[in-house]
Design a binder for this molecule. Structure first.
Ligand code: NAD
Length: 483
């Protein structure tokens, strides 16, 4: 099967079979809304429950499968994704709107993640310890957590599902995966590859449909032992209430309002690069986006002027065109929200520097110019996640107030600093109240073999990715035996 420019028909994958849905939806290309990417099957609660039952029935057998079997499955999936990265990247750029190079890089990342967790299946950790009692042996082993419900957002439709599905399968769990409604075709393309990897029926299931119905059914079902969710803080909060009340294991990756601190001793060109990359690439639709640029007074005006100059020259356009730097906003409603933020920022008294306008293009799409404001810490534009190509600059007198501003947010995903001072860089790494820090690098852009996640309202539960993923996807058992 190939995923070119033609119209796709995406079906549910339940208990090893492709199924039509209860209703049908369509997904469209945000670069050209005349282009319908797919017609896809939408499930209701009952159909979701069938997928959950299939996963529960497949669990006992798969949970006892050998590490070699799991390695083979995951290695096969990773290999096929990597071999088809151009074609899958094309589909991703067409459906989500990030540029083609960004999309191919994301698909590559998804393949690498499956390869990484193929290896992890062979390295499932355990411990043997000396007992405090004579003649007793103690060991600590890890077992699968059970049926895992995976609920994904639209902004990384290959990489985020990959970093949830791959560890779930590597550690012997069964899966029901629900992609976001805006990107069903990417979810289905991934499922199609997984369906040919040698997994027994029911171990992996795909259900598409609304969050309120399909997502909520996963969160509510007593057969689902764990929920891994990435999305907005509001949805995460609701999921936590329900899932925790029924004692399900929960992992939430949510919003961000990530600071990039620029000190007066920074290499200014490098700092501007970090800001442009972190704030605006992928149309600013990244939880790790640098939406707060906290700049030391001595370089404030020079930084703003160079950043503005770079922004003016960024080509906004069709995601599949060769020279596009920034693709469209993902859909009409997100574009309208972004434009409403322009009004909010102006009404609050934030100073508009550049951008924030809806753009006309050769194709009808959701285009806007990246926006920059000079804001005060109390402005909403400087406090709330916008999830679009919108950033603000906050002035700080020196390093200490810059650090205080960086931490003055309910979010805690990641924080960056641009500086030539080793002392300030080390201090920032230790005192930024976040899960990930970056020095002289954009806040967005991470490795896949180390933990990903944040603090405060950005994340809840064990970290994702790398070997730390075992914390969520396994449960520990302590065994005592009289020798
Ligand atoms: P969203 O919360 O609207 O939706 C995320 C997923 O949850 C979708 O699949 C949706 O259908 C589902 N959902 C919605 N209501 C539900 C419910 N009641 N029960 C169960 N599932 C439900 O988020 P989005 O708009 O798709 O994504 C954007 C958000 O994701 C941003 O806030 C962004 O910061 C966040 N995000 C976070 C990370 C991270 O790792 N921290 C990564 C990417 C995106």
């Amino acid at each position: 099967m190939t995923f070119g420019a033609k119209l796709q028909t995406a079906r549910q994958y339940i208990n090893g079979r492709w199924e039509t849905g209860v209703t049908t939806g369509t997904s469209e290309n945000p670069s050209d809304t005349r282009d319908v990417v797919a017609e896809y099957a939408r499930a209701d609660r009952n159909q979701t429950e069938l997928a959950i039952r299939a996963a529960a029935e497949a669990l006992p057998h798969w949970s006892l499968s050998t590490p070699q079997r799991r390695f083979d499955v995951l290695d096969h999936i990773g290999g096929e994704i990597l071999a088809r990265k151009s074609e899958l990247g094309y589909l991703l750029a067409r459906e989500e709107g990030k540029t083609l190079p960004e999309a191919v890089a994301e698909v590559t990342r998804a393949g690498q993640i499956f390869k990484f967790f193929a290896g992890e299946a062979l390295r499932i950790p355990g411990e043997t310890l000396a007992s405090t009692r004579p003649g007793v042996q103690v060991d600590v082993t890890r077992e699968p957590v059970g049926v895992v419900g995976i609920i994904a957002p639209w902004n990384f439709p290959f990489a985020i599902p990959a970093w949830k599905i791959a560890p779930a399968l590597a550690y012997g769990n069964s899966v029901v995966f629900k992609p976001a409604e805006l990107v069903p075709t990417c979810g289905w393309a991934l499922a199609e590859i997984i369906s040919r990897s040698g997994l027994p029926a029911g171990v992996f299931n795909l259900v598409m449909g609304s969050g309120r119905e399909v997502g909520q059914a996963l969160v509510d079902s007593p057969r689902v032992n764990a929920i891994s969710f990435t999305g907005s803080s509001a949805t995460g909060e609701r999921i936590l209430q329900t899932a925790a009340a029924r004692r399900a294991k929960v992992q939430l990756e949510m919003g961000g309002k990530n600071p990039l601190v620029v000190l007066a001793d920074a290499d200014l060109d490098q700092a501007v690069d970090c800001a442009v990359q972190g704030a605006y690439f992928s149309t600013g639709q990244r939880c790790t986006a640098s939406s707060r640029l906290i700049v030391e007074a001595g370089v404030h005006d020079a930084f703003v002027s160079r950043l503005r100059q770079r922004m003016v020259n960024l080509k906004i356009g069709h995601a599949l065109e060769r020279d596009t730097a920034i693709g469209p906003v993902v859909d009409r409603s997100q574009l309208e929200q972004n434009l409403a933020w322009m009004e909010i920022a102006r009404a609050e008294g934030a100073e508009h520097v550049w951008g924030g306008a809806m753009l006309e293009s050769a194709t009808p799409g959701h285009y806007m110019s990246p926006a920059l404001f000079l804001a005060k810490p109390e402005h909403r534009v400087a406090r709330e996640e916008i999830f679009g190509p919108v950033a603000c600059v906050l002035r700080a007198d020196s390093y200490e107030p810059a650090l205080a501003l960086a931490n003055e947010t309910p979010f805690g995903l990641c924080a960056g600093i641009c500086t030539a001072s080793l002392k300030n860089a080390m201090h920032f790494k230790r005192h930024a109240d976040v899960g990930m820090t970056m020095v002289n690098l954009p806040t967005a852009g991470v490795d896949y073999h180390v933990p990903f996640g944040g603090r405060k309202w950005s994340s809840y539960g064990p970290r994702e990715q790398g070997r730390y993923a075992a914390e969520f996807y396994t449960t520990v058992k302590t065994g005592y035996m009289l020798a």
